[in-house]
Design a protein around this ligand. Structure first.
Ligand code: GRF
Length: 223
């Protein structure tokens, strides 16, 4: 499956994907191009270091014209025959013009357990709310804000002393595990979408897998 990854900044999720590929964990995933709206994005050099073409499409060049920006993104992907677009820290909401060109073919990683805390800068909101579990979600993009069908989620505890930065760091570690897993399933053609429901064909979780729950703070009784 031919992939494009869209990033706006640091690119640590892109790096997790490319390292998984380099370690032979993503058979069938062909990373064709990395696209960024920010020429200073760290993701650019990560792409180059891993031998993947990187292209800048500056949003500013399109002023208030979101359609024009999205048409340009579609044009940029055309020569690569892209079949799946992975938004890995892409700070733009994509609308009908782009999504229409890749129906059910765009996924995003979001640093919260959706549907809680959609949108930007969620870590402070989670700390202020006092959540006990935080985490990350990989989901299909449907034109809403972080509202599409969920493929995989990973939870981490929010510790009492956490500020937004500490929590973000812990969430990032689970992002780097669930995004490569989601892309592996997608590249293997095992992700089945039925309305809002996603299933992974051929998944055989053990009873232990199913019963394992994440409780935080940890139980002292009834373990
Ligand atoms: C991640 O927290 C991702 O979930 C969010 O933006 C951040 C991007 O980080 N959408 P990086 O560029 O992958 O390091």
């Amino acid at each position: 499956m031919k992939l494009a990854v869209f990033c706006s900044g640091r690119g640590s999720n892109l790096k997790a994907l490319l390292m998984a590929r380099d370690n032979g964990l993503l058979p069938g995933a062909e990373f064709q191009v990395v696209v960024t709206d920010n020429k200073g994005a760290g993701a650019m050099s990560i792409a180059r270091d891993h031998g993947v073409m990187a292209v800048v499409v500056p949003r500013s060049a399109f002023h208030e014209n979101r359609d024009g920006f999205e048409r340009r993104l579609v044009e940029v992907l055309e020569p690569y025959g892209v079949e799946l677009v992975v938004l890995a820290g892409f700070q733009r909401v994509l609308g009908a013009t782009f999504l229409g060109a890749f129906p059910n073919r765009v996924v995003n990683i979001h640093p919260a357990l959706l549907p809680a805390f959609p949108g930007h800068m969620v870590w402070k909101a989670e700390v202020d709310y006092g959540v006990r579990l935080a985490g990350a979600t990989v989901h299909f993009v449907d034109g809403g804000v972080d509202s599409g069908p969920i493929i995989i989620q990973g939870a981490v505890p929010a510790l009492s002393g956490d500020g937004p930065d500490e929590l973000a760091q812990r969430i990032l570690s689970v992002e780097h595990r669930i995004l490569p897993q989601a892309v592996a399933w997608l590249a293997q053609g095992r992700v089945v979408l039925d309305g809002r429901k996603v299933s992974i064909s051929g998944l055989r979780p053990s009873e232990e897998d199913v019963l394992q729950s994440i409780v935080w703070p940890p139980l002292e009784i009834g373990k």
